[in-house]
Design a protein. Structure first.
Length: 256
């Protein structure tokens, strides 16, 4: 079970046209209200700042909440806290997106085990400001669109640091690591709301791969032999499509 599902095959799942700006492990998150079952207890995992949202992936594969994402339009009253005693943290209010598996409003907190809370928070606020310029309405958060269709390993530009003047505000010196290439997946669906860069061009998807054998070893062999190379993007290799993640209804059956 997840809220605004953003995970696949043990990794993160992003939209076509979305880019990961910061990657940080060792993050702890807490949510309110705790009356929602998947908000109970503090969660430990990995946090991503993208051009469209933040994504948290849980390390505990038995937890009801496997992934959680918040678009910039769904966050309110975000603050950076620097207590005299205790670690710095980020807090804010979150408003549910239509179709995101929960309703109403709540609050979140983030702690960074390895430091960097202030830098991450400042970048998150800056990204939200840039994204807000491209939105026509600010009264309600955008509707959530679940991942549909096949997904595939994302090309490197989707998760590598874009060291250009436009992204000069991103604190890559504090968060120099990129997520492992094998852990970033991309769906062919575009983001359901604008991000920070309205001129960004989505990466081309790989050709559809059909007729894979049903057993896993054969699938792996077929995938390894059919990686996709696009001459227009000579430095990128695209892996073939994988089956779509389970639907919300299929996942929740395990807990009923």
């Amino acid at each position: 079970m997840s809220i605004n599902t953003a995970h696949a095959n043990g990794g993160v799942l992003i939209y076509s046209g979305e880019r990961i700006l910061l990657y940080c492990d060792g993050v702890e998150m807490a949510f309110e209200p705790s009356s929602i079952p998947h908000f109970k207890g503090n969660k430990h995992g990995t946090l991503y700042l993208t051009t469209h949202r933040i994504i948290f992936n849980n390390l505990d594969k038995k937890d009801m909440l496997q992934s959680f994402s918040l678009s910039f339009g769904s966050m309110r009253e975000v603050e950076l806290e620097q207590p005299v005693f205790g670690a710095n943290y980020i807090k804010g209010k979150m408003v549910a997106e239509l179709g995101g598996n929960w309703s109403g409003a709540g609050r979140f907190k983030m702690w960074f085990k390895n430091g960097g809370a202030i830098e991450f928070g400042q970048a998150m606020l800056r990204a939200g400001q840039l994204a807000s310029r491209n939105r026509q309405s600010f009264n309600a958060p955008p509707a959530y669109t679940p991942p549909q269709g096949p997904f595939y390993q994302a090309p490197p530009p989707a998760y590598s640091a874009p060291h250009t003047e436009y992204y000069a505000w991103v604190p890559y010196q504090t968060f120099p690591s990129a997520p492992p290439a094998s852990s970033v997946y991309m769906t062919e669906a575009p983001p359901p709301y604008p991000g920070i860069d309205p001129n960004f061009t989505p990466y081309p998807p790989p050709p559809q791969q059909n007729g894979y054998p049903s057993n896993s070893k054969a699938n792996e062999a077929a995938a390894a032999s059919s990686a996709y190379y696009n001459p227009s993007y000579p430095h990128n290799v695209y892996m073939p499509s994988a089956p779509p993640p389970p639907s919300y209804d299929e996942v929740t059956k395990k807990y009923n």
